[in-house]
Design a protein around this ligand. Structure first.
Ligand code: NAP
Length: 243
């Protein structure tokens, strides 16, 4: 039976490339999107033309009822779910003292509650099957903290805690839970960094370059397919920025 992956936030950036990586490696892919329907449809078309197995599903994964429907849809369409990649996320550049209640709550619900929602629902199936792999996308800012991104850094640190605790809880059911922690990867999310900041970040990075979406997608795929004895780990993919 073909393996199945669910990728949240697969309409753009890192998630889109993760969906591509699994699809070309013969997985069934359930690619989630929220607002970017056009981009999700383009991805679907691109991968169907390559003979891949992909379905797209609109859900705001910060809402448990929508996350539940997405996982149910995946099981109905593909019959299984082997890998869940919790990638959907938002960021914001703002002084800590200017962050509003709504902005704080949104950051936590999109970046943290979504991981809880999707993992809780997928685990019902994975625990029954005694098989599964969850990969959360955190950030190096969750490890080190970023000025003017305190709410973002907090949310990504929470994902690190969740990854470690959940790995201990579901390990005996043969389910691995890991996180990939990207450095600066060129996507829409970095659009608010000006050229000067991007050059500074490049210079601070030992490998003297910024990351590509492929760097993250290949690591996620490795963890799913080859990392049989790896669980509860936070894998930095950051060009040496955090050592
Ligand atoms: P991006 O280009 O802005 O894409 C974000 C994706 O998340 C989009 O597909 C978006 O879907 C989706 N999304 C946002 N809110 C959602 C929601 N409520 N429900 C479902 N999907 C939602 O960002 P990216 O750079 O690819 O980032 C992907 C992940 O990597 C994030 O978790 C981010 O924090 C993390 N990360 C990125 C970097 C970086 O430098 N780029 C570094 C470290 C960590 P729609 O457009 O369809 O709404």
């Amino acid at each position: 039976m073909k393996k199945t992956v669910v990728v949240t936030g697969a309409s753009r950036g890192i998630g889109k490339e993760i969906a591509r990586e699994f699809a070309i490696n013969d997985y069934n892919v359930l690619a989630n999107y929220n607002n970017s329907e056009k981009e999700a449809k383009e991805l679907e078309k691109e991968l169907l033309e390559k003979g891949c197995s992909i379905k797209i599903f609109k859900a705001d994964v910060s809402k448990s009822e929508e996350a539940n429907k997405m996982i149910d849809f995946c099981l109905k369409e593909f019959g299984n779910i082997d890998v869940l990649v919790n990638n959907a996320g938002i960021s914001q550049d703002k002084l800590f003292t200017d962050i509003t209640d709504e902005e704080w709550d949104k950051m936590m619900s999109v970046n943290v509650k979504s991981v809880f929602n999707c993992s809780r629902k997928a685990l019902q199936h994975m625990i029954w099957e005694k098989n599964g792999c969850i990969i959360n996308i955190t950030s190096m800012w969750g490890e080190t903290g970023a000025s003017c991104e305190v709410h973002y850094s907090t949310s990504k640190a929470a994902i690190i805690g969740m990854t470690k605790a959940l790995a201990k809880e579901v390990g005996p059911s043969n389910i691995r839970v890991n996180a990939v922690s990207p450095g600066v990867i060129m996507t829409d999310m970095c659009s608010y960094y000006g050229e000067e900041t991007l050059n500074e970040l490049k210079e601070e990075t030992p490998l003297m370059k910024l990351g590509k979406v492929e760097d993250i997608a290949e690591t996620v795929y490795f963890l799913a397919e080859k990392g049989g004895f790896i669980t509860g780990q936070i894998i930095g993919v950051n060009g040496g920025m955090v050592i």
